[in-house]
Design a protein around this ligand. Sequence first.
Ligand SMILES: C=C1C[C@]23C[C@@]1(O)CC[C@H]2[C@@]12CC[C@H](O)[C@@](C)(C(=O)O1)[C@H]2[C@@H]3C(=O)O
Ligand code: AKG
Ligand code: FE2
Length: 335
Amino acid sequence: MVVLSQPVVDNFCLMKTCKPASSFFPGIPVIDLSKPDAKTHIVEACQEFGFFKVVNHGVPIEFMTRLEAEAVKFFNLPQAEKDKARPPTPFGYGNKRIGPNGDVGWIEYLLIMSSNPEFNSQKSFSIFPENQEIFWSAVNAYVGAVKIMVCEVLELIADGLMIEPRNVLSRLLRDEKSDCCFRLNHYPPCPELQALSGRNLIGFGEHTDPQIISAVRSNNTSGLQICLRDGTWVSVPPDQYSFFFNVGDSLQVMTNGRFRSVRHRVLADSLKSRVSMIYFGGPPSGEMIAPLSSLMEEGEESLYKEFTWCEYKMSAYKTRLGDNRLGLFEKTAGQ
Ligand SMILES: C=C1C[C@]23C[C@@]1(O)CC[C@H]2[C@@]12CC[C@H](O)[C@@](C)(C(=O)O1)[C@H]2[C@@H]3C(=O)O
Ligand SMILES: O=C(O)CCC(=O)C(=O)O
Ligand SMILES: [Fe+2]
């Protein structure tokens, strides 16, 4: 019999659990960016899954491993040291609490504003008093290379949709006022719970990403799951050398519902830590999030009310993680 100590019980009592996945989903679309047909396959994947894996992406593996090592160094610090970093309001270090509305998960994370390097060097974000510079240079090298890849993917999407100009989406991330952010997530293992109940803790509860697109890279620990069109949850086989892309709510709106903003979640592994790094590509605050005119067919009407990214983000931060955020902006009959 496994006896749980009181702190272990306290840690788990607010957390949701889930049966561990028994197998990996073999149908995740794989896009090879070096192939001429990449654009067609990306568009198909965005329509069917809102999710795809990218290989031959051009991001140096060394940038991934260097940042992962820095992240592990940070997450391995004593709790009291990590708590010296600013709280996630919204940028900073967070532990178990996700967002401002009471969501919890078996996770600790650093949420970083990526569009403003000034912010990252501010003392208020101070982590690693001694080697901050090494940490931030690893973040900046990684984020810089990932942003180039994400913009390339957005241009392939425009090509695949046969809309012009081809930078109609990528320009939003390249804009100096773009609102992109970056997240380092650590999901510690949960062996006690697995032993007791045969279930795994939910690390990051189900949600869609509000931005245009997100690019996830993780170590070789599984945990990421996506929800298919029929509502089934499937597990994504981990691949530390590739990127996994999520279509976000904003891209669903910009394609007037042709692309699917994918619901996804992360289960903590019972034995291994998962470390992931996610780049969220968001537009400038004042940008209207509306269907791209070049994509709309004659007589086609927008499925959504008009809103700016700033309005959507403010509304999103009032919601719980699993809420249907876009639902508030869908037009109802006659609107
Ligand atoms: C519960 C929340 C966390 C979140 C803000 C929100 O109120 C709803 C959206 C959440 C999400 C999901 C994708 C990204 O991880 C994130 C940074 C984002 O932009 O929207 C998180 C927000 C967060 O963790 O602060
Ligand atoms: O950690 C992961 O693999 C994904 C996390 C995620 O979906 C998010 O941070 O929005
Ligand atoms: Fe997400």
